[in-house]
Ligand binder design. Structure first.
Ligand code: EPU
Length: 422
């Protein structure tokens, strides 16, 4: 038996939804906490399965983790042990690779299996490894496991060929205890990186240049405990804003940082969505005007986020004419298009672009969440479709969306989970 999500489409959404803490910040903040020698308390932790997997990993390392309330984690690494990380939980998420930087930085040794995560085409980690080597680590790969060793890490200049989010965070974590100064050039500028650097600085690290493409890290000897609140999830926020654009009469998305959503808001305004952007909210109102086609090019922050192109594609099926989405980060991130076509969309994919021919009526169908943001897109499509949509492989969705069922029910959607034959 398999649990699926079923959604009866056609019900308008109304009311307010509160955005949770950022998944992609959380999954790096949790490994960052073990760099320290004292307890850290994090507020705004989303209730998602990626966090549960990270808690399993922390427990395996002997880190004491307490859930103080729904959104608060207390992480005490005082008695942690640096054991090889080879359990099943490592392969459940991509972010387990942040323990490479954290353990290498703290102990000069890390042993860890290949990470898991969504398949979006090839996802190499060569830039992470090159960064660790530049800091002085020796890296071996044996039986599916990376073994990283360093007698001493030394600050150096590192230029990233691609401004990778993961490599920037991982190298930054390894460098906080390195002797001297590390400079990461062409560093990624995503808000999540600023959040991790902010936590590390509260713990006593000396990181400068956050949010710019030059990160400077001056090594320190000791990291202490602190209290930190996670930034709101800009991808979850974008997902709900798109959902509102597709199906709301009047819907307010709260607890957001609008600056993080500028590229997405611009595109929504361009296609004709009627919205008000406030200091920490976006309010979307129904409009009867036809939606206009557009073109989207995914880019690193502050450009249009690759994670949002999948949900946005669903909205483009409702725009008049041919829209084009070109993916520059993960050129194969188009598996959602085949699923949307099963629901009546008319999308041609010629990598690295998808051509969305609108406007098309969507109808309920059996579809599969091939990855997390594909799943989010299918939920939006199902809300719009005639009839009932059945979404399979929903574990992808549960990896990244906090309380999706509760939030949607509150907005007036008809969604439930059901066991079906495999
Ligand atoms: N890349 C390399 N070598 C590397 C690292 C990256 O070639 O060593 C390439 C990637 O293949 C990709 C590009 O560089 O083409 C950018 O990848 P990046 O490293 O920035 O991605 P990531 O750190 O693996 C994070 C998010 C993704 C998000 C991307 C891009 C987390 C846990 N994941 O991945 O989020 O799509 O940045 O913004 O933070 C999601 O939330 O659904 C998701 C997949």
């Amino acid at each position: 038996m398999e649990k699926v999500i079923k959604i009866e489409g056609g019900h308008h959404l109304n009311g307010t939804v509160r955005i949770s803490g950022s998944k992609n910040a959380t999954v790096a903040l949790i490994p960052a906490c073990v760099l320290g020698n004292e307890p850290v308390t994090i507020y705004g932790v989303p209730n998602i399965s990626d966090v549960q997997s990270l808690i399993v990993l922390l427990n395996e390392l002997g880190v004491c983790v307490e859930k103080r309330d729904e959104e608060t984690l207390y992480i005490d690494p005082t008695h942690m042990e640096n054991i090889p990380m080879v359990s099943k939980a490592v392969s459940k998420l991509r972010a387990s690779y942040y323990f490479m930087g954290a353990l290498l930085g703290k102990f000069g040794h890390a042993e860890i299996k290949m990470p898991g995560g969504c398949y979006l085409g090839p996802r190499p980690i060569d830039l992470h490894l090159k960064g660790f080597e530049a800091l002085g680590a020796d890296i071996q790969y044996e039986n599916g496991c990376y073994i990283l060793d360093a007698k001493e890490l030394k600050g150096t200049n590192i230029f990233l060929d691609i401004s990778s989010v993961g490599a920037t965070i991982n190298i930054m974590m390894a460098a906080v205890y390195a002797k001297g100064r590390t400079v990461i050039e062409n560093a990624a500028r995503e808000p999540e990186i600023i959040d991790i650097a902010t936590l590390l600085n509260k713990m006593g690290a000396r990181i400068h240049g956050m949010g710019t493409s030059t990160l400077v890290i001056d090594g320190v000897d000791y990291l202490k405990g602190c209290i930190h609140e996670i930034i709101p999830d800009r991808i979850e926020a974008a997902t709900y804003v798109i959902m509102a654009a597709a199906m709301a009469n009047d819907m307010r998305i709260e607890n957001i940082i609008p600056q993080h959503l500028e590229a997405i808001v611009m595109k929504l305004q361009e296609v004709g969505i009627n919205m008000e952007v406030g200091s920490d909210f976006i309010h979307v109102f129904k409009s009867d005007k036809p939606l206009k086609r557009t073109e989207i090019l995914t880019k690193p922050y502050p450009g249009f986020a690759t994670d949002v192109q999948q949900p946005f594609t669903v909205l483009l099926t409702q725009c008049e004419g041919q829209s084009v989405v070109t993916e520059t980060i993960y050129t194969e991130r188009f598996k959602h298009c085949a699923e949307l076509n099963k629901m009546g969309a008319n999308i041609d994919v010629h990598t690295p672009s998808a051509f969305i021919n609108g406007k098309t009526k969507l109808h309920g169908s059996k579809v599969t969440a091939t990855d997390l943001r594909c799943g989010a897109g299918l939920v939006i499509a199902a809300l719009m479709a005639d009839g009932v949509t059945e979404i399979h492989d929903i574990y992808h969705i549960d990896r990244g969306y906090d309380n999706l069922d509760g939030k949607l029910a509150h907005l007036g959607a008809k969604m439930w989970r059901e066991e079906v034959e495999d």
